[in-house]
Design a protein around this ligand. Structure first.
Ligand code: GLS
Length: 820
């Protein structure tokens, strides 16, 4: 079966609901061995996925053929995370057959919506960084760029979260245990990866030998684009034992610590490390990184040789590799190794080629999130790579740094890829960010403010040495998933209202600004939001057993739980609102529902305490009749992409309240505004650019700026002073600390109280609290003026053109990948 879309210059015939229904039945019977009357939504989901896969595969072949014949450079996006979310509904949308499929399934007697709910989320990422990679794959494909994503096919994605007594409980997410029809094993393209061993010299050449070997098996997931015949590939590697030979059987004496004995070949691709903005520092994680990098580079080099030439000297003309954060940074050393040891390219030329090929995206300024590996560990696992890192470092320090700061040993120490130990005898650490900068021709931050801080604070010396190297590419989100697919009613209203296809050119939404004041349009916009809120209310009832009214303000904070994101500030404010209502139950405030969704890294104590506290407060508030339903608090368990798709279209207020200077960009902020929520936010990350686009009157900005944050730290800051001064803050913190909310464990919230009062309140929750509370007053006042509210909401949605990931990818194309 083949497919076409209106407006698509493609010669394939259009499919209708009849074709789809027939193909579904064929797959039910012939692929799954199920009779029609035995089929439930789960079987229909699988059969329908196979139908779509068939279309994808046909198009992948056509895409590859076109690319082989074309001259374009291929983009390889290397990422340890691709948080793709459910694929069936999105693919149906992108292929333009969603409506016909709805009809087909109605004919077969099972509504498509029920079928789509049967797909488990491929949770192959932690949060924004992984989701960005997925949006970028969508955009590269939509823009017909020859592109391939490389990652790991984790057997267990991010853990599933539930709550017991309000505390987070983690269980493994074997997301592909039942079936994953999207992934296709490509045994022909398997790779062998070496680990451990020694480097010896043979006839003046370094030879890496006595190694262990594991096998990398590729699983290809098709990536559809919107309104195009192009289908790209996301290639995810799975580790297997090679030759029946397992790392476990390796002479234990060679390991330097006993933990490493737990590492077996299959183990490598078992689990996604559940940390966002915080590296795990474990040997297995380094092996994961190298494993997928080695497989991916070998694979792309093979392709280059097949399609271009045996020699790699001009590989940069055809290959661009983007490092998604430092997680794949070892690729710099691996690429150099291949060039030098396997292709006999001399060091200096190898470094030139490497730099032409590689570019690196930085996603965080948090010092603890910058990856460093002990030199000893790299030497043990990848001895040849450690030598190569030394060679790169030597060249960098002694010719490049020396040229800019002659004779300055202090500067060499500061910039060395291999860090001097703080104390003699400590292990030397390899700074993966420095390796990435030195090995790349471009480095980018992910929002204007963040990129400026990368230039000025994180890598000022590199910026001085190479003023053209560090640039900005502001993040974006795909409007296909984050508007068209998740908010079909709004998408239809927009289609009716404005000219042209905003799905492909999001700037077209700007035309909607003309309707921001129009009462009839406002009414329809508001009615759609109300509808979406009703749907979300049903989800909340099902998951939390709490009744919420769609007439209340839905105020949402969904993102990873991290102190810098300041869910705790939201919590303190909710507690204060509750107390204000208890003092005066007739207070003239609009009813509000505060909605949370967040997973905490399993080892992150304070983050888990915050979840526990929110849940306990929620329980208290939701069961207190005195406040007459003016306040509700819900924490939706197991936040993930498919839940975000239900929450975002229903939000009135979007909480983007990180300490200024900490959130590199944020992308949820863009999705909310696109769907007509108003942002309450600090001047951090992409909020700054969102404010520029929507105008200061259409956003609730509050709090300290980056400059004020550093001034305050410089002056010296004591959160206790604020505690002593603010009666409201004092009363809620004392309440948290009193044991009243958790009588069976009265000390439960101590870690949070300590972080706020006794450990310096590093994230300045106390300092920003009053401004935050004032911003919420402004929100409440605005809500009381519906014409103003909806004007602002529509203006937000209409102003999001800049934040399409298509624009981001076009920026990458021009500024980094040299695409014409
Ligand atoms: C992150 C940042 O924290 C986010 O601000 C950013 O939007 C995202 C994508 O660039 O990358 N970095 C990180 O380690 N996790 C993220 O979500």
């Amino acid at each position: 079966m083949s497919v076409n879309k209106a407006g698509q210059n493609d010669t394939m015939p259009v499919v209708d609901s009849e074709d789809i229904a027939q193909s579904v039945v064929r797959h039910l019977q012939q692929s799954l061995g199920v009779e029609l009357d035995e089929a439930g939504p789960a079987e229909y989901w699988e059969a329908l996925s196979l139908v779509v896969r068939e279309i994808d595969l046909q198009r992948i072949r056509a895409t590859r053929k076109k690319e082989r014949e074309g001259k374009a450079r291929r983009i390889y996006y290397l990422s340890l995370e691709f948080l793709v979310g459910r694929l069936l509904g999105n693919n149906l949308h992108n292929l333009g057959i969603f409506k016909e499929t709805e009809k087909a399934m109605a004919k077969l007697g099972t509504p498509l919506v029920d079928i789509l709910e049967n797909e488990s989320d491929p949770s192959l990422g932690n949060g924004g960084l992984g989701r960005l990679a997925a949006c970028f794959m969508d955009s590269m494909t939509t823009l017909d760029m020859p592109a391939m994503g490389y990652g790991i096919n984790y057997r267990f994605g991010l853990f599933r979260q539930s709550f017991a007594g309000g505390k987070q409980v983690e269980t493994p997410d074997g997301w592909r245990e039942d079936s994953f029809p999207w992934g296709i094993e490509r045994a022909k393209r398997k790779q062998h990866v070496k680990l451990y061993g020694l480097v010896r010299e043979h006839a003046g050449k370094a030879v890496w030998e006595d190694t262990q070997e594991v096998l990398g098996m590729p699983w290809d997931v098709p990536v559809t684009g919107y309104g195009t015949g192009t289908v790209n590939t996301l290639r995810l590697w799975e580790s297997r034992a090679a030759h029946g030979f397992d790392l476990n059987s390796f002479d234990a004496g060679r390991y330097q610590d006993s933990r490493s004995q737990e590492i077996s070949a299959e183990n490598i691709s078992q689990v996604l490390y559940p940390n966002d903005n915080h590296p795990a520092g474990k040997e297995l994680r380094l092996i994961q990184q190298y494993f997928f990098v080695a497989c991916s580079l070998a694979d792309l080099i093979e392709r280059y040789k097949r399609e271009n030439s045996e020699s790699l000297k001009n590989i940069a003309d055809k290959v661009a590799i983007q490092l998604n954060d430092t997680h794949p940074a070892i690729a710099v050393a691996e690429f150099m190794r291949v060039l030098m040891d396997e292709e006999n390219v001399v060091f200096s030329r190898a470094l030139e080629v490497t730099r032409e090929v590689f570019a690196y995206t930085n996603h965080t300024l948090l010092p603890e999130a910058l990856e460093e590996w002990p030199q000893q560990l790299i030497t043990k696992v990848l001895p040849r790579h450690m030598q190569i890192i030394h060679m790169i470092n030597y060249h960098f320090l002694h010719s490049e740094v020396e040229a800019v700061w002659p004779g300055d040993d202090h500067m060499k120490r500061r910039l060395s890829i291999i860090e001097e130990p703080d104390r003699p005898g400590d292990d030397q650490m390899v700074r993966m960010a420095f390796l990435s900068v030195v090995g790349s021709h471009k480095v980018n931050g992910v929002a204007a403010l963040h990129s400026r801080l990368v230039q000025e604070k994180l890598f000022p010396e590199f910026h001085h040495m190479w003023p053209e190297k560090i640039i900005n590419v502001t993040n974006g989100v795909t409007p296909r998933r984050w508007l068209d697919y998740c908010n079909p009613e709004l998408a239809a209203l927009i289609d009716e209202t404005i000219e042209g296809d905003w799905r492909k050119d999001l700037y077209k939404l700007g035309a909607m600004k003309a309707y921001a004041d129009d009462p009839a349009f406002q009414k329809r916009f508001a009615a759609i939001k109300h509808d979406n809120k009703k749907h979300l209310a049903a989800v909340i009832k099902e998951l939390c057993d709490v009744d919420v009214s769609p007439d209340a303000i839905f105020d949402v904070q969904i993102k990873r739980l991290h102190e810098y994101k300041r869910q705790q500030m939201n919590l303190l404010h909710i507690m204060a609102l509750y107390r204000r209502l208890l003092d005066n139950p007739d207070l003239d405030v609009p009813p509000r529902v505060f909605i949370f969704g967040a997973k905490a890294a399993p080892g992150y104590k304070v983050a888990k305490t915050i979840i526990h506290a929110i849940n306990r407060v929620a329980e208290r508030v939701n069961n207190d009749r005195r406040i007459k339903d003016k306040l509700k608090v819900v924490f939706l368990p197991n936040y993930r992409v498919s839940l975000a798709e239900k929450i975002i279209p229903a939000a009135d207020v979007s909480e983007q309240i990180s300490t200024a200077g900490f959130e590199a960009s944020g992308t949820g902020n863009m999705k909310f505004a696109l769907n007509g929520a108003l942002t309450v936010g600090t001047l951090d990350g992409a909020n700054v650019e969102i404010a520029e686009e929507v105008g200061d009157d259409n956003i609730f900005i509050f709090g300290l700026t980056v400059e004020q944050v550093s001034e305050l730290r410089h002056r010296g800051y004591n959160p206790r002073d604020i505690y002593n001064r603010s009666e409201e803050l004092r009363s809620v913190i004392d309440w948290l600390d009193s044991g009243d909310l958790c009588p069976e464990e009265p000390e439960a919230f101590r870690p949070l109280v300590e972080a706020l009062l006794d450990q310096g309140d590093y994230f300045l929750t106390m300092a920003d609290y009053q401004a935050y509370s004032d911003a919420h007053e402004r929100i409440a006042e605005t809500w009381k003026k519906p014409e103003l509210w909806w004007k602002m909401a529509i203006t937000n949605s209409a102003s999001m053109g800049k934040f399409s990931s298509d624009r981001s990818i076009q920026d990458y194309g021009k500024a980094i990948w040299n695409m014409s």
